[in-house]
Ligand binder design. Structure first.
Ligand code: CO
Length: 452
């Protein structure tokens, strides 16, 4: 492509209306922008603040380059976005059919995770099930056991919400120290979608759940037949201790068949999955095939083999189901270094399994001072929330971090506070403040500060 072609005026139509007035307006705009950017770039070229090119180097249209508009049955991202993919940590699931892949949070904007980039975790392999043959069986302590086809479920009233989905092992590789120099691997087991389906409350009404039922057991048709016990009001654990928030968790639950406008992806539970908003994602059973109502937790293989929290005294906690408030700065981050000193917008994500994010504070001086960030609308309950804060980087080494407070008043703990309560012998529910170290060359490192 020659220089002349790229700097040509845009199209015939626009050429016709390009008056001298418009030209002088553009000239003024460029002068202002050039002054502000001083040695910045326009369309990838260096622009000195004292030089104004006219006509401007506006990119040509498809038509001028001889490219047609390509219509494809299902659109894919641009080839220039091919680096935006899920990734796995090979040593996490070596030589097994289990899988974990992480969402590239560093490359995403807004609060919705594209379905194809939603993290996934399987203990026994994903499946792609024919919806025509799949069934949901609901039985146990009910008046009328029922079998639902997918079509049956789709005839029932719809319920939807924009909710995050987070594995409780998100961050779990870092209890004892720094392991992963990548936002994708420190926090990428969270994603957020609009989920559409049927309310659990409607299904409970349809089968007539008996009063003595205080739990339900959900089971998937994946390779491990993943099983979890989920509390209803009055639920007690196997030792008779009440389950916190049992009166709240079940109210939002849906059996979902759609995600971000389309059918669930196979790796996200096609054709139906449970969605338990705010709770550890393993409760949101994929390829849901069975719900059984009960008066006790089933204490299944998966919920004892996994999902229990090691405590400092050597004992383990079970049924810690809600993901507490957490936040992380997504720019800058180890995956997105700073090209040089100057003006930036610090950006990040915050969330709480208990409701809405109320406020996020950001520190750019290692926790000495904190400033309240701006929350970016929309702010939904149990949903990823964006925050931003303007920042002028002086080019010196520093530590940056974010701290969320949710609508219940709960504030994200420091690593020291969390370790004091939980020790370091755990995998799950690590929601402490994440610190990134900005180096003088603009590189960003994952660090842990013991004394924060
Ligand atoms: Co838990």
């Amino acid at each position: 492509m020659s220089e002349e072609k790229i700097t040509m005026p845009v199209s015939g139509d626009e050429q016709a209306v390009a008056s001298e007035a418009r030209r002088s307006f553009l000239r003024k705009s460029v002068a202002v922008a050039g002054g502000a950017l001083a040695a910045g770039t326009v369309a990838g070229r260096a622009v000195a603040s004292d030089v104004v090119k006219d006509p401007l180097p506006i990119p040509p249209t498809n038509k001028m380059l001889g490219r047609g508009v390509v219509s494809v049955p299902y659109g894919m991202p641009s080839k220039f976005e091919a680096h935006v993919v899920r990734r796995n940590v090979e040593w996490l699931t070596p030589d097994t059919i289990a899988s974990i892949s992480f969402t590239p949070l560093q490359d995403l904007e807004g609060i919705i995770t594209p379905a194809g980039l939603h993290f996934e975790r399987y203990h026994g392999g994903a499946v792609d099930i024919d919806p025509a043959t799949h069934r949901l069986v609901i039985h146990g302590m009910v008046e009328k056991p029922m079998i639902f086809t997918i079509e049956d479920l789709k005839r029932l009233p719809q319920k939807s919400g924009v909710w995050f989905m987070e594995c409780p092992a998100n961050g779990g590789m870092e209890w004892r120290g720094v392991q992963m120099d990548s936002l994708q691997f420190t926090h990428g087991m969270i994603s957020c979608s609009e989920w559409v389906g049927v309310s659990l409350l409607d299904l409970m009404k349809a089968v007539g759940v008996k009063k003595e039922a205080t739990w339900f057991y959900a089971e998937g048709a994946d390779g491990s037949a993943l099983q979890r016990s989920i509390p209803l009001p009055g639920a007690k654990d196997q030792f008779g201790k009440p389950i916190p928030d049992a009166d709240k968790i079940y109210k939002d639950v849906i059996v979902a068949y759609a995600q971000n406008g389309e059918a669930l992806r196979p790796e996200n539970g096609y054709p139906i999955r449970l969605v338990v908003p705010g709770c550890e994602a393993n409760l949101s059973i994929k390829h849901l095939r069975r719900i059984k109502f009960s008066n006790k937790p089933l204490v299944t293989y998966q919920e004892t083999r996994h999902y229990t929290d090691g405590m400092p005294d050597g004992r383990f906690r079970q049924f810690t189901l809600i993901n507490e408030a957490n936040s992380v700065i997504t720019f800058p981050c180890p995956d997105k270094k700073l090209p040089g000193k100057g003006a930036y917008e610090v950006r990040g994500l915050a969330w709480s399994g208990r409701g809405k994010v109320k406020a996020v504070d950001v520190s750019v001086d290692g926790g000495k001072t904190w400033k309240e960030a701006k929350l970016v609308e929309p702010v939904f309950s149990k949903c990823l929330t964006r925050f931003t804060m303007p920042w002028e980087w002086d080019g010196k080494e520093t530590l940056i971090m974010s701290r969320v407070t949710d609508e219940t008043g709960y504030t994200q703990p420091t690593l020291r506070q969390l370790r004091k309560e939980r020790g370091t012998n755990s995998i799950y529910h690590k929601n402490s403040i994440q610190t990134w170290k900005i180096e003088a060359n603009g590189e960003v490192k994952n660090v842990q500060i013991e004394n924060l």
